[in-house]
Design a protein around this ligand. Structure first.
Ligand SMILES: [Zn+2]
Length: 229
């Protein structure tokens, strides 16, 4: 499986004095691959010998994932599938930053990354005058990028947002909600239209092949029956 996000490029490194333990299966928080790694660093209870903490190296991207004494994974795997066809590298970078902020409970930072992403989406659509997230959401609603079924949810998020001049600490639920909402918007604006274009283009090519094939068969039949000399 190929690594999928912007932190995923394979790095060529040699980890020093690695140990080997029981293979541990996990979804790498860096490259989103499902891996089974036995290489890493292992911390045992000095009395019982019980394995308490470990750091496993992903054999695809060579990055380390830490499992604490409660078995919690750091960084955790991405909660969503990677979004395809985002053409703006700044949006990609901010989305990745928001995801990593959420993984270390930096909720306010994640929230502000998402606010910035929503403004950048509108700028991608030529709306360079848009300065605030509220203006961005108004544009996305009015232009039809947000479908009617999501208008009420959008307005609830809009009303709960602090004004741009107010720096407020955001809660886990607020930042997670805005992150997931931003994920949906990016799929609606970038991923779904391009995916449909590609599917329809493929469908047209397949139809053309069938049509050409049928026509060719008709000519061959006529030749065989002597209708065409
Ligand atoms: Zn990895």
């Amino acid at each position: 499986m190929k690594p999928q996000n912007s932190l995923s490029s394979e790095v060529s490194v040699i980890w020093q004095q690695l140990g080997y333990g029981e293979p541990r299966q996990f979804v790498c928080g860096f490259c989103s691959a499902n891996v089974a790694s036995e290489r890493g660093y292992f911390a045992q209870d000095p009395v019982t010998g019980e394995m308490l903490m470990q750091l496993n190296i992903c054999h695809l991207c060579s990055r380390p994932t830490f499992f604490d004494e409660k078995g919690l994974q750091h960084p955790p795997p991405s909660s969503t599938q990677p979004i395809q066809h985002i053409v703006n590298p700044e949006i990609r970078a901010l989305l990745d930053e928001a995801r990593r902020c959420l993984s270390v409970h930096a909720h306010t930072a994640a929230y502000w990354c998402c606010k910035k992403i929503l403004i950048l989406v509108c700028r991608d659509k030529g709306q360079n005058q848009i300065q605030s997230t509220s203006e961005a959401l108004d544009y996305l609603k009015d232009s039809g990028h947000i479908p009617p079924a999501l208008i009420e949810a959008t307005e609830t998020i809009q009303k709960s947002m602090p004004p741009a001049s107010v720096l407020r600490v955001q809660s886990h639920s607020e930042s997670l909600e805005l992150y997931q909402f931003t994920d949906i918007i990016l799929r609606l604006v970038y991923e779904l239209p391009q995916t449909m274009r590609e599917l329809q283009s493929q469908s047209k090519r397949d139809t053309a092949k069938v049509t050409v094939g049928s026509h060719t068969n008709q000519i061959l039949n006529k030749l065989q029956k002597g209708y065409i000399k």
